[in-house]
Design a protein around this ligand. Structure first.
Ligand SMILES: [Zn+2]
Length: 280
């Protein structure tokens, strides 16, 4: 069996942590954001391996690296919803916090997957630990977007974005002129948004018989997400944060559309967010 192919887009997080480790400036809390399959878990384990690898390079072959990959390293634990449950409750967070106190030598790395599933009390308990973290404690939360997380928890974490594979589906690429129209300050003076939507997401681009405004907004969002990912890939330095924010907010909108929020409302927010993001 060949090893699973490495997700694309790990270069930036790798470079970030290479520098942070060289300066010995690791944070107590990270939030790894990105879509399913973008390598968040894999990278979290790789980071933990870098801290414990006997060769100091996440070799993937020494006893420490192997223990981490197989989730039986004493100082690295992966948490998530317990078997049969869909939420991460306060007991899980308590055991995470208790374990952190036993890590006297070296760091204790807690990886908490799917942080969207934290219950309110669990998120608050975690927040308390992050406010006064024990000395060598690193918690890595992973989530698809920060929208469903407690804002105070998000603000305590250093965000690292995983872009996932670039979108090469031609059906998801919006024409450049459509994107440019959307970003024009006089958009609302020039266009009637509903008519514009029918043109930006024409019947021919939608699945057979699915021409509702929900399908149109879904199509538009897919194109905006692809554009935002391209923008993020080509940005650096001071551009990074606003572009990250744009992507995060679009992902949040997609979740709300999937959760049956009215397509009109989602479309309205799309216009506001993308227009304000000054594309290109
Ligand atoms: Zn190793």
């Amino acid at each position: 069996v060949s090893p699973p192919e490495e997700p694309r887009g790990l270069e930036r997080p790798r470079e970030y942590f290479r520098r942070a480790l060289a300066r010995r400036r690791l944070s107590h809390a990270y939030l790894f954001l990105g879509p399913e399959g973008s390598g968040k878990r894999r990278f979290a384990l790789e980071l933990a391996s870098t801290l414990y690898c006997s060769r100091g390079e996440a070799c993937g072959q020494c006893s420490s690296c192997l223990a981490i990959v197989h989730c039986n390293h004493a100082a690295v634990t992966v948490y998530g919803p317990e078997a049969g449950k869909s939420l991460i409750d306060i007991d899980t967070v308590r055991s995470l916090c208790e374990r952190s106190h036993y890590a006297r030598s070296g760091a204790f790395v807690a990886i908490l997957e799917g942080a969207e599933a934290l219950t309110g009390p669990a998120a608050n308990a975690l927040l308390k630990t992050l406010e006064e973290p024990p000395g060598n404690f690193i918690v890595i939360l992973t989530a698809a977007s920060s929208g469903a997380l407690l804002p105070t928890l998000v603000s305590r974490c250093h965000r690292i974005y995983f872009s996932g594979p670039p979108c090469d589906d031609p059906a998801a690429i919006l024409p450049e002129d459509v994107l440019a129209e959307l970003a024009r300050p006089e958009f609302f003076a020039r266009y009637e948004p509903r008519q514009w939507l029918s043109r930006a997401a024409p019947d021919a681009a939608l699945p057979e018989g699915r021409h509702s405004s929900r399908e149109r907004v879904r199509y538009l969002l897919r194109g905006l997400l692809a554009a935002a990912r391209r923008k993020l890939t080509s940005s650096s330095g001071a551009d990074l944060d606003p572009n990250l924010d744009l992507l995060d907010r679009l992902l949040e909108l997609r979740s709300s559309l999937d959760a049956n929020v009215s397509p009109d409302l989602v479309f309205e927010r799309c216009l506001a967010i993308f227009g304000a993001a000054k594309y290109p």
